[in-house]
Design a protein around this ligand. Structure first.
Ligand SMILES: [Zn+2]
Length: 351
């Protein structure tokens, strides 16, 4: 179980730059990512393991509280590193430690307060994170038990704790591991990626009290330095527009099935075609209006924690599962069900 935030095709592009420090940082991140993948022999999924389906929980997580442990790798590539802040301890000097601590808390809060879920496994799992991993490490990842953040190279990427959606995205891979556990390849892999983006966006919106109309729907905002012409890694509102830069290229995500990318790279385009279900969720949220974590988020949450998905479900099966989830929660003549169907039709997944 290993999921990194920055997709391999972007790191590969950075690794070819003439700017030696940036190229070397990207090469190290690529090499490190490949090594970790080989060691774990699985990517974002534990093959052969059945998902632990938990009964859907409703809102009402007022009594639930996180248990957080933040460690500092001190620029080594060893985990977990030195423990620097645990639950209830005061802020420290290091902003990366405090950002990680707060980000884990805001992610816990969304799942607890909106869906009554007690941490990633639903049973109070300790939230662990390590900051300052490696030298100028250009990535952040979930390794199956902990979140790990690099400091970035400082020229293209800033430190990865800066973006709350990075934390929400990676921890949702932890939730996925305990729920639908979609295979990290092809369409189920793109859905796995998309579900992480959906709840990452919802973590930020819940934290800042933004409605679907007010929210940016950007994933990884604040990660690029001001030398990059881009606002984030991905946009759910307008996939393909998050960045367009001479150095790092243009955001390659499609928004609809018309732009579907057939590729063997990136585990069959998991970070590319995730733009399609991402945009479907955005369209649903805007059609329903108000707070996206309420009805739209509830439908997605019911879908990944329910029994209708298989580990290899593709886009059409996922779309049908969201429609079934909307119908069972809100009824067959409901506005919610109509909006779900309309959203998937707009992106070309349903006819
Ligand atoms: Zn991911």
């Amino acid at each position: 179980m290993y999921c990194s935030f920055v997709p391999p095709y972007l790191l590969r592009r950075l690794s070819l730059l003439e700017d030696a420090p940036v190229a070397e940082a990207a090469q190290r991140a690529l090499g490190r990512d490949a090594l970790i993948r080989r060691r774990r022999n699985a990517v974002c999924a534990r093959i052969g393991e059945h998902p632990g389906i938990l009964p859907p929980a409703g809102p009402g997580g007022e009594g639930l509280h996180p248990t957080r442990r933040i460690s500092d790798a001190q620029h080594q590539e060893r985990l977990p590193g030195v423990r620097v802040r645990t639950e209830g301890e005061a802020e420290v000097q290091d902003p990366a430690v405090n950002e990680a601590y707060d980000g884990l808390g805001y992610t816990f809060d969304l799942y607890a307060q909106a869906y009554g879920r007690n941490s990633l496994d639903g049973a109070g799992e300790i939230l662990r994170a390590t900051v300052h991993y490696g030298e100028d490490y250009d990535n952040a990842f979930w390794n199956g038990t902990r979140m790990v953040f690099g400091d970035g190279d400082g020229k293209v990427f800033q430190r990865f704790t800066k973006s709350l959606s990075v934390v929400g995205h990676e921890l949702t891979h932890g939730v996925m591991q305990h729920t639908a556990n979609l295979v990290y390849q092809g369409q189920p892999g793109a859905l796995n990626e998309s579900v992480s983006d959906v709840f990452a966006a919802l973590v930020e919106q819940h934290r800042f009290g933004q409605t679907a109309e007010e929210a940016s729907w950007l994933i990884g905002a604040g990660l690029f330095t001001d030398q990059v012409n881009g606002s984030a890694l991905r946009s759910m509102k307008a996939p393909g527009t998050a960045y367009d830069d001479d150095v790092i290229g243009k955001d390659p995500q499609p928004a609809t099935m018309a732009g579907y990318v057939d590729t063997r790279g990136d585990n069959g385009g998991v970070h590319l075609n995730s733009g399609i279900p991402n945009h479907a969720f955005y369209r649903l949220a805007v059609l329903l209006g108000g707070n996206a974590w309420e009805r739209a988020g509830q439908i997605w949450y019911d879908t990944i924690t329910g029994t209708r998905l298989g580990r290899e479900s593709g886009f059409a099966a996922f779309a049908e599962a969201t429609a079934a989830a909307a119908e069972s929660r809100y009824g067959k003549d409901s506005e919610e069900l109509k909006a779900v169907t309309a959203a998937w039709t707009e992106v070309g997944v349903l006819e």
